[in-house]
Design a protein around this ligand. Structure first.
Ligand SMILES: Nc1nc2c(ncn2[C@@H]2O[C@H](COP(=O)(O)OP(=O)(O)OP(=O)(O)O)[C@@H](O)[C@H]2O)c(=O)[nH]1
Ligand SMILES: [Mg+2]
Length: 501
């Protein structure tokens, strides 16, 4: 437990506000305990040791002997309510609480004793000589060990020890080992008796208690403050534990295991966040990769269109000859020249068209569509998409006829003798432009198919991504609540009312 930052008694008063807060949170039991510590007029100058143990261990006899008072004792369950006796010390009062014997099989009984412990600065677990190792006694020891109060372990009625059966030293050593198993320091183990016995450490026990009280009370009000903090922290735990456990269970469902500590949960959350981000990023990277590949394909196809030899020298020559035949001064023959000239023009046009169409088919359309079909096959898009796209490749076409070529002629340029070359370039450009447009449309259709495939594959990974997100959510909720809980504990440890978030 954290120690208080200041021992000034006025700090204690702030706990009345903490009590109100606990009350409002539904932890009225703890609010009551805080108020009852205040109601105890001697609280600031009192150090309290609670004597607890099974029935008839000799608690009342022991408390009586230590304080020089007479308390009711007996073989049957005797003490019915917590009784206090006081011993004056140099710095204040040492209060001894004699508590009713605990029937460890009765939960309500145990709870009643545990409830009284909030008043104690120290718990003395008393066991009688004959029951040191009895199960019920060990259970009790376990219960007190968990309460986190400073513990003394007292073996009472040591006058019953028979040296002939077992040496006292051996017995004492085994008791100290046992106590150590429950976290009790060997220096806090005592053997006592109210009857004469060479082994009784009644005086040592009294001296130890007085010494504890004096050092506890030394700085003024600290035992009370410590008790207040302890009760307030228990109250905070009562407020938060159930919800925290529920959130831990949600984490267990999402992660397969519940976190043991808040730090562990924070670590898990960090890992889970990174995993979720990595999964999302991987998905995006896969998409980007696919996009880059598709773009590279399209670029390659466009390059094929640009580089295809669709008008080699002899084809270009035919084009130029056709243009030449369109010039105003072009004339064939002397007789019936007009008709012959027209016939020549048509012949040159037909020759150019035929040749060009053949070259386009052989050097552009066919190789391009074969290249595209092969590359699309290599993508493994799935039968249906693949077939559809390959059919589209096979449908790539620039339909070249006379009208197509004639449409490229710019009549105003016919006067120039150089125009023939330009005309052939214009026709080629038109062919390439139209083919590029078809390729681009097809590339868009291809990308749509690739995206479909990506979506299909991502759907398979969706379960993993959703699980990662669910882990993040459960852990975040646990960590947030755990932090509120931690902050509330830290606040009440300072005597401050936790801020409600
Ligand atoms: N031999 C021996 N008997 C003891 C000693 N101390 C107590 N007794 C006896 O043990 C019995 C129980 O003593 P109590 O002091 O009443 O025990 P308790 O733990 O207060 O009992 P409850 O209040 O009923 O839980 C009585 O008969 C006592 O006389 C002791 O040191 N030696
Ligand atoms: Mg008693």
């Amino acid at each position: 437990m954290s120690s208080p930052t200041t021992s000034a008694p006025h700090v204690a008063h702030r706990f009345l506000d903490v009590a109100d807060w606990l009350e409002a949170k539904g932890a009225s039991r703890y609010a009551e305990r805080i108020r009852s510590i205040f109601a105890d007029s001697g609280a600031l100058t009192t150090y309290t040791a609670a004597f607890c143990g099974l029935f008839s261990a000799g608690k009342s006899s022991l408390v009586g002997a230590l304080s020089g008072t007479h308390l009711k004792t007996g073989a049957n369950p005797t003490t019915a309510e917590v009784e206090a006796v006081e011993i004056a010390t140099k710095r204040g009062t040492l209060r001894l609480l004699d508590t009713p014997g605990i029937d460890s099989t009765d939960d309500r009984h145990r709870e009643a004793t545990m409830n009284a412990l909030y008043q104690a600065d120290l718990v003395v677990v008393v066991t009688d000589y004959q029951h040191v190792e009895a199960d019920s006694n060990l259970e009790l020891l376990q219960m007190f060990a968990e309460s986190e109060k400073p513990l003394l372990f007292v073996v009472h009625q040591i006058d019953k020890h028979l040296e002939a059966e077992l040496s006292f030293d051996e017995f004492a050593a085994s008791v100290r080992d046992l106590a150590a198993d429950y976290g009790v320091d060997p220096s806090r183990v005592f053997f006592t008796s109210v009857r004469p016995s060479p082994y009784s450490q009644l005086d040592e026990l009294r001296a130890y208690l007085v010494q504890s009280a004096e050092s506890g009370l030394g700085t003024g009000g600290e035992p009370m403050l410590r008790r207040l903090i302890e009760v307030a922290r228990e109250g905070v735990s009562a407020c938060y534990e159930a919800e925290l456990a529920a959130r831990a269970q949600a984490v267990e469902i999402a992660c397969g295991r519940a976190p043991q500590t808040l730090d562990e949960a924070r670590e898990w959350l960090w890992d889970a966040k990174r995993r979720a981000e990595a999964l999302a990023q991987e998905a995006e990277e896969r998409r980007q990769d696919a996009k880059r590949r598709a773009e590279a394909l399209c670029d390659g196809w466009l390059r094929t269109v640009d580089l295809a030899q669709i008008a080699p020298y002899e084809t270009a020559e035919k084009g130029r000859r056709y243009i030449e035949s369109l010039r105003p001064d072009f004339k064939v023959g002397v007789f019936r020249a007009a008709k012959k000239t027209d016939a020549e023009r048509e012949a040159r046009l037909a020759a150019f068209v035929r040749d060009l169409a053949e070259k386009v088919e052989n050097f552009l359309t066919r190789p391009l569509s074969a290249e595209m079909a092969q590359q699309i096959r290599d993508l493994g898009l799935g039968a249906a998409a693949e077939q559809r796209l390959i059919e589209r490749c096979q449908g790539l076409r620039v339909h070249i006829d006379e009208a197509y070529v004639q449409a490229c002629v710019k009549p105003g340029s016919l006067v120039s003798t150089e125009y023939g070359h330009q005309f052939v370039r214009d026709v080629q450009d038109r062919v390439r432009r139209e083919m590029r447009a078809q390729v681009q449309t097809l590339a868009e259709e291809l990308w749509a198919s690739i995206e479909d495939k990506i979506r299909e594959e991502e759907a398979k990974r969706l379960a993993e991504r959703e699980a990662a997100d669910a882990r993040c959510r459960a852990l975040r909720s646990y960590v947030e609540y755990g932090e509120q809980y931690e902050n509330a504990l830290a606040s009440v440890t300072q005597g401050e009312v936790p801020r409600d978030e």
